[in-house]
Structures are given as structure tokens and as C-alpha cells.
Design a protein around this ligand. Sequence first.
Ligand code: ADP
Length: 472
Amino acid sequence: RRKWGRVFGVLKDLEVSCETTVGRLRQVVDAMAVEMHAGLASDGGSKLKMLLTFVDKLPDGSEKGTYYALDLGGTNFRVLRVKLGGTRSSTLEHDVHQQDIPQNLMTGTSEVLFDFIASSVKEFVERETDDSKLSLDRRRELGFMFSFPVKQTSVSSGTLLKWTKGFAIEDMIGKEVAGCLEKAMTKKGLNMSVAALVNDSVGTLSLGHYHDTDTVAAVIIGTGTNACYLERTDAIIKSQGLLTASGGMVVNMEWGNFWSSHLPRTVYDTELDADSPNPNDQGFEKLISGMYLGDVVRRVIVRMSQESDIFEPISSKLYMPFILRTPLIAAMHKDDSPDLEEVGRILRENLEIPDVPLKVRKLIVKVCDVVTRRAARLAAAGIVGILKKIGRDGSGGITGGRSRSDHRMRRTVVAMEGGLYTEYTMFREYLHEALTEILGEDIAKHVVLIKVTEDGSAMGAALLAASHSSYP
Ligand code: ADP
């Protein structure tokens, strides 16, 4: 019972339903721009929340002084100190301290959690070497990167909407986050205030803008995905009369929840969504981010194994959701050895499928390619959607005589972060390729994607504390 034809049929169907022709990508671009507009028009006007951040000026390299950042967003937290010299080329010297959060504190009370964090921040401050020592009673300022859903009330305050990622501290919901931290720090005798409360995509945009002031947007594609960009305040219709000195404000799109009927969706995506703890939620994220790519591939392999005996004997491992993680997909995808040894090893060691013939290994590499390529190309379409919304996609440049006069297109930089983009070479290459296809070479050459460094977003939070300092 080999039934190769059926197995190839599964691949063929997958290719068809994952198709991302440039025409289809342009429809996604338009849908993204339209949804952005709707989300800015009214709360609940779109699946895109388009959250105000109150960040109205981004770091530009002129920041001076010593600032701190606290990054809380997972199982550990980091404290960081940056010394800024007032010019971009002067050192971005920094110290980092990272610490795990004890499991019991993630489900206890807010007071215990913040007391714990405040103690650690205080120890970090006390360990400062002499030349960076500010007198202990001088007020220090901190950028607080808090990667949970927050309703921002100012650049430095916001209330917690809900916990994610294993945290469950009931008394915190609805509380003002920066205030909780400041209270705990005061209790410890630490004179430090929160100058900026930001999420990680805003941190990435800040660091990008610090390095290159043509940066207008930031995109994170890691376990999950999100994007933010600089919008004109008069385009933020839902908060009429919003005034900022710069005339602009960073908008946190929460783009993982984007959806459009133009997105190519397969039966595997529908099943994955139905089995997920949040069905009908985060639709774009489920098509493009690292948390899900591996599981889509696994579901295709399950389907192939039902059509034929090519994977037999099958172990129950193949049926375990999320067992095939995205870095394994990347490793199989880049295997260029003649007999695809790495693919064989991963199938053997991770799915307990022994001795898969070369013909089948080739098929699996192709499945990884189809799923990853679709994700990368859709992410590219999302990015062009943002550019279109802010008039940086070249489509406004049509003048009499010449079409698309490229000299009118301004240099436009997008700061990129997240393991899928930074670690998965094929993903990154497909994304860049699609960007050029959608925009056309003349326009695409003005659009630059930059990777920001490892401590990226936390460093960005410290820079935002500097640019929003109350003691400039
Ligand atoms: P997070 O998004 O969890 O805060 P990262 O931005 O570092 O952290 O992203 C980690 C994610 O990136 C992983 O969950 C994984 O999906 C993806 N990733 C990491 N390394 C690789 C790799 N070598 N190949 C493909 N994907 C990777």
C-alpha cells in the first residue's frame, strides 16, 4: 500500500491552497491598510486594536545621561542600565542583570511580585561601579517594558487588561502597572520613577529610530508576532483632538489578530485554530509566527501518513501537538546534504519515525518550504500594508508623464526583531524577495529592513525613558 500518488496529491493540494501570487499579496496589502484605517476610526472598528501608546517622540541619538530598563514579559526579567553620551556614536554602554521569576510568584499577589522585582532592581543599582554612580538620592528614571496587554493612559502609565504566558495574579487586573512598581521601589528606599511603560514592539521601534531616524515601523516575528508604527495624530480619528508636540504618535497595531478573506488558508490551519486555546483569535499570528509553523507542517505529515504507509511504523509522537518545533523545520529546510541526513535524524529522534526513504525526506523538505514561504510572504504583505497606510509604498508617487517616479520616494526603514526573522535564513530571504515583488524594484530599493540587537527591545525602553524624561 504505498500510494505515492495520494501522498503527492496532499502536497499538491497544500501548494495550491498556500498560493501567494503577487496579486493575492497585493490584496492582503490593501486589506491591511483598510483594517488599520478602521481600527483608527473607532474602538472595536476592526480586528486590529490600533492601540495608542502616547509615545510622541522617538530617540534620535541626542539622548544623554544614565537610564534604566526593566523587561518583564516571560519567565524571567531583566534589568539594564544604559549610559548615553549625547551623540549616537558615543557609547551605548550597558549592564544587564537577568533573573528567573520563582514559579509561585507568578500566581501569587502583585505586592509580592513587585517587592521581589524592586529588591532585585535595588541590588542592581547598589552594585553600580563608581564612575557610573549617581548619588543614591538622585532620582533615577526607568523604561518599563511590560509585554502583557495594557490599556495605556499616558506614556508612563496603563492598566493591566489580562495576564498571559502563565501569569495569574488576580489582584493586578485593572491596576495601574507603573504605579505598582513605583510603590514597591519606594518601599525599598529606591528613588526611581517609570518614565515610559511600553510593549516590546514599541521598544524595538525606539531602538531602530535611535540608530536610524528614517525608521518608521517595527515588526516582531518570533514565537508570536506584532507591529507598531509612527502615525500622524490627525489620522487617529478615534481620539479626536489628540495633540502632541511632534504631531505624531506610535500606534501598537496588535497585528497578530489581523484577518482578511484574502489570506490563503488550508484545512490544516482551520484544524490548528479549532484545537487552539483561542479559536478565531490571532488569525494572522497563526499563519506567520514561530509558535505555529512547525505544527502546520506536522499536521500535513499526519495527513500524508493517513494516505499511505510511507511513514510506517508510526509512533504516537506524530500526533502530539507542537512536538515539531519551528527551529526543527528550519533545520530540515536547510539540509542540503545529498541524502538529507538531518531530515532523517529529526524525523527519527523527534517523531520516532525510523528510516524514512530519501524520496519521502525530499517531500518533507518541500512541505517545510511551502509553509515557511507562505508565512514569510504574508508577513511581507503586512509590512507593505503599513507602508501603504503611511504613504511610503510608492503608490502616491504617480505623476504626469512618468509612472512611479522613484526619486519622490523617501528612504524608509523598518526595524525587525524576533527569532523567526533573525534565525531562520530562508524565512528572511523569502520575506525580502516578496517585499521586492510587491513594491517593484524601483520602490523596494528605498525600503530598508534593519535587524536590531539582542537586547533590542529592552534597550529601546531605556532610550524611551530618556526621550520622555521629566528631567531633561
Ligand atoms: P519570543 O518571541 O519568544 O520572545 P524570540 O524573538 O527569540 O523570542 O523568538 C523565538 C522564536 O523564534 C521561537 O519560538 C521559534 O519559533 C523561532 N526561532 C528561534 N530560533 C529559530 C531557528 N533557528 N529557526 C527557526 N525559528 C527559530
